[in-house]
Ligand binder design. Structure first.
Ligand code: G1P
Length: 297
């Protein structure tokens, strides 16, 4: 029987310099799309996929993230006194069972591979997930859940994948496809951030992974790669040579790159329009805005 995926690593140690000055005191993962921080979207997606243990790889200056998932007794009792049961329900989604969440520090920013490796002692001999909260994916069936279902068939290592424009390959891990079976592709190579024109395809890795424990051993052995950082992509690529069990999964859904300002704004608009309580007012504002812009041109 295949082992279930119940643990997920959330690398949240990054400095978020692209969002300075905001990220001087607010962790990037606490920045909000409408009224929920990025990290809440990631956690909700993980829960939907059956994840029960949440491992955060953090760094200095991220205490707001730890507080976010703690109980807030004063706030809760105040809301209870005022009879605001709807808000109490909203708060409940941020509560974690005791012991379900663990924090590990990454002392130096040595790359995504290194961040994942920092969590090695909290894993067992089961496959585990990695979720990059910068990649927010709007989907009817949450992306990681789709992957868990596909992984039940394939086993091995699986990365979320999406076609990107050829000139953008240098921003992603890129897959060298062995066999294309539609939503699942088997992979014969992986390159981190290849220059346009040097990429083996335009199928890019997006921040969702289901990985086997041997990836941790690979991370122990590999040297720093692209950008002088220890790359998760390189540790997965090693697994192709060792056991030929790496797959890409073309998920159904829309991905927003919330690590960039433009992507963050697009996600804000999309999630704002998707919200029933905001849709009418927000959509009519946007269409007025667009028509006044085109009238002015
Ligand atoms: C990371 C990974 C890269 C992947 C990307 C997806 O890069 O290293 O392989 O394609 O996430 O968002 P980063 O964006 O952290 O530089």
């Amino acid at each position: 029987m295949k082992k279930r995926v119940t643990k997920a690593i959330f690398p949240v140690a990054g400095l978020g310099t692209r969002f300075l000055p905001a990220t001087k005191s607010v962790p990037k993962e606490i920045m909000t799309l409408v009224d929920r921080p990025l990290i809440q979207y990631a956690i909700d997606e993980a829960r939907a996929a059956g994840i029960r243990e949440f491992i955060f790889v953090t760094s200095r200056g991220k205490s707001a993230l730890e507080d976010y998932f703690d109980h807030a007794p004063e706030l809760e009792s105040e809301l209870r006194k005022k009879g605001k049961t709807d808000l109490l329900e909203v708060l409940k989604t941020t509560n974690m069972d005791s012991g379900a969440i663990a924090y590990i520090r990454q002392h130096k920013a040595l790359g995504l591979g290194h961040a994942v490796w920092c969590a090695r002692r909290l894993l067992s001999d089961e496959p585990f997930a990695v979720i990059l909260p910068d990649d927010v994916i709007a989907a009817e069936t949450p992306c990681l859940q789709q992957m868990v279902e596909a992984h039940a068939e394939t086993g091995g290592n699986m990365v979320a994948a999406m076609e990107v424009p050829a000139q953008k390959t240098s921003s992603y891990g890129i897959l060298d496809i062995k066999e294309d079976m539609g939503s699942v592709v088997s992979v014969k190579g992986m390159v981190e951030k290849p220059a346009a024109g040097k990429a083996p395809s335009n199928l890019a890795v997006i921040g969702r992974y289901i990985l086997t424990p041997s990836i941790m051993e690979n991370l122990t052995r590999i040297k720093s790669g692209a950008g002088g950082e220890v790359q998760l992509t390189d540790a997965i690529a090693r697994e192709i040579e060792a056991s030929d069990n790496v797959y890409g999964y073309r998920f159904r859904g829309q991905r927003f790159d919330c690590g960039s300002k433009a992507g963050f704004l697009q996600a804000t608009v999309a999630f704002g329009m998707a919200r029933e309580d905001l849709r009418d007012e927000f959509t009519s504002y946007l269409s007025d805005l667009m028509s006044s812009r085109s009238a002015a041109q």
